[in-house]
Design a protein. Structure first.
Length: 332
């Protein structure tokens, strides 16, 4: 079985420094326990941090802080601006043309601004992206709890609308006599039957996503608008297995990047990541055993296939479906 991508170095650093919480920390813990390359990298990070902990820094000089504060207090203040009326007149009768800041002071100020932009801004951006990733994973976890309740009620199977049949056109651009059968109607069953709240179908990384009105779910048989559902799900038109029977089987994920509405976007490379997070940094994948995994490649699952496509198929009519029970095919 192919393993999902190993954790990035910054994720392992955050994990060992105790900066990760909840599902993300558990995800890294499971990956380290089950994947030897990840475990080896984790041991290396732990050894590096151990070396830093063992290094004894010399104590600061006596009254070090008091000396710094005293020096700042006694220094003459930096003159940024003065009232025009307080400036001495020039020989021409106007205000003084002497600059308020020297060239050295301007260079120092510019260096401080560049340092702030180079250090603080990327850190804030990365922290914001990680929070969106964790919020997205949390919503997928809520969807799994609804899936489990649905499976308990309906013979341990994935959601499937009444009258759904193999061969229906899931792209929504069917030619007669093929009937349109949107795959999103299947996952909408979780909302319509109130197993999952509409807000849990929203990915925090998608700026235009918004949940549908929870009071109107019974009026529809599908999500009213694309922005009401940020996730795609397994095509259940083909052979399926009871929920949880194959632990690593992907059942939900961030939006498939290869399909633009009802059309295949042929400009996207075969191994494209979902555009839900930073335009293609990776995707959250919900497995049939309830784990939410972050992977930077769509090659994932028990058979290590691409979750966005059927192997060997490059042109889609909308009638394609998984060929065997463990064939992952996450579609709109």
């Amino acid at each position: 079985m192919n393993q999902p991508d190993s954790p990035q170095l910054d994720q392992l650093l955050d994990y060992h420094l105790g900066l990760l919480e909840g599902e993300q920390a558990e995800q890294i813990r499971c990956e380290i326990a089950s994947h030897e390359p990840s475990a080896r990298q984790s041991r290396n990070v732990s050894a590096w941090l151990g070396l830093l902990d063992s290094y004894e820094t010399p104590p600061p000089p006596a009254r070090f802080v008091d000396r710094i504060v005293g020096g700042v207090t006694q220094a003459s203040p930096l003159r940024i601006a003065e009232a025009v009326s307080s400036l001495p007149p020039s020989s021409e009768g106007g205000v003084s043309r002497r600059p308020l800041l020297t060239l050295r002071e301007l260079l120092a100020l510019a260096a401080c601004i560049i340092l702030f932009i180079g250090v603080a801004v990327p850190s804030v951006s990365r922290h914001h992206s990680r929070r969106q990733q964790m919020a997205c994973a949390s919503n997928l976890g809520s969807i799994y709890r609804g899936l489990s309740q649905y499976a308990t009620t309906f013979n341990n199977m994935m959601p499937q609308t009444a009258g759904f049949f193999p061969g229906g056109n899931w792209l929504g651009s069917a030619r007669p006599p093929v009937s349109p059968m949107a795959n999103s109607r299947n996952r909408y069953m979780l909302v319509r039957l109130r197993f999952v709240r509409p807000k849990h179908f929203i990915c925090a990384g998608m700026p235009y996503a918004r949940p549908m009105d929870a009071e109107r779910t019974a009026r529809f048989d599908d999500f009213p608008a694309p922005e009401n559902c940020s996730f795609d799900s397994q095509n259940v038109a083909g052979p399926t297995l009871p929920l949880g029977s194959v632990p690593g089987m992907p059942v939900f994920a961030d939006r498939n990047p290869l399909f633009d509405g009802s059309k295949l976007d042929s400009n996207q490379p075969y191994e494209s990541n979902s555009r839900s997070h930073d335009g293609g940094r990776g995707q959250n994948v919900l497995c049939a055993d309830g784990r939410v995994m972050w992977t930077t490649s769509p090659v994932f699952g028990p058979d290590g296939d691409n979750i966005w496509q059927i192997e060997g198929v490059s042109s889609y009519t909308g009638t394609e479906c998984p060929q065997y029970p463990k064939d992952a095919f996450i579609i709109p």
